[in-house]
Design a protein around this ligand. Structure first.
Ligand code: SF4
Length: 239
């Protein structure tokens, strides 16, 4: 069994607790205008790797992951597109080293498709892009109903979740939308952390390298004040 892998980072510190092996998987069904990894979108690109090959890359650093309370995080792209492969990889990481497993997902996935994977996942980092249905489609090219359903399913099964939301001026910072987002998050029973991530422009060069026009060319990065305001609005909605 092989997976399509974009790349990996052996010393990740921002995608889950502790120090982590971060596996960037190939393929994504969304096309977020602010995506900083557009080179992960194409399902048939990337490097094909066997589970054993990936385990060999993890092995030298296992002690760091264990001692720091870290583990492995699968991200992308969208890792649930390769759920059966990832389920086996996570199961093996748990069995061999007792590693903590995290899934960073856009949630655009039928719960039944991810069942086996969720059984061996300790933490889900669920990216909620935009709660407003029309703006979600304009921003990501896909509807958000399946994503909300996936979030509700995670709540029903009691899977630990961190919510991630990228604050993009003019796209995801409307007060009504943020209150509504907070309300949705408040309806979930399993959210232990909210990460509000300010939009950044670090992926622009990838769009240029790929000969794609960057859709948010004139979008500014949010100020600290705007980030604090957005957090307040989401928290108000959660109450
Ligand atoms: S879900 Fe993630 S990888 Fe996919 S387009 Fe959006 S930001 Fe990019």
């Amino acid at each position: 069994m092989k997976g399509r892998i974009h790349s990996f980072d052996t010393f990740g510190t921002v995608d889950g607790p502790g120090i982590r092996f971060v596996l960037f998987m190939q393929g994504c069904a969304l096309q977020c205008k602010y995506c900083h990894n557009p080179d992960t979108w194409e399902m048939h690109a990337g490097r094909q790797m066997k589970i054993e090959e990936i385990l060999r890359e993890i092995e030298p650093y296992v002690e760091y992951y264990q001692r720091s309370g870290g583990g492995i995080t699968a991200t992308g792209g969208e890792p649930t597109l390769q759920a059966p492969f990832l389920a086996r990889l996570f199961a093996e990481c748990r069995k061999r080293w007792g590693l903590h497993t995290a899934l960073d997902t856009n949630g655009f996935c039928e719960p039944s498709h991810a069942q086996e994977l969720l059984n061996v996942t300790d933490l889900v980092l669920l990216d909620l892009k935009q709660i407003n249905p029309e703006t979600h489609i304009a921003l990501t090219a896909q509807p958000n109903d399946p994503i909300k359903r996936f979030g509700q399913y995670l709540s029903e099964i009691g899977k630990p979740v961190w919510i991630r939301h990228v604050l993009v001026p003019g796209w995801t910072d409307d007060a009504k939308d943020l209150l509504e987002l907070g309300k949705f998050i408040g309806s979930l029973r399993n959210v232990s952390k909210l990460e509000l991530l300010p939009y950044h422009r670090m992926g622009v060069h990838k769009w240029q390298q790929m000969g794609k026009e960057y859709p948010l060319e004139h979008c500014p990065v949010p100020t600290d004040h705007e980030v604090a305001r957005a957090r307040d609005l989401i928290e108000q909605g959660r109450k």
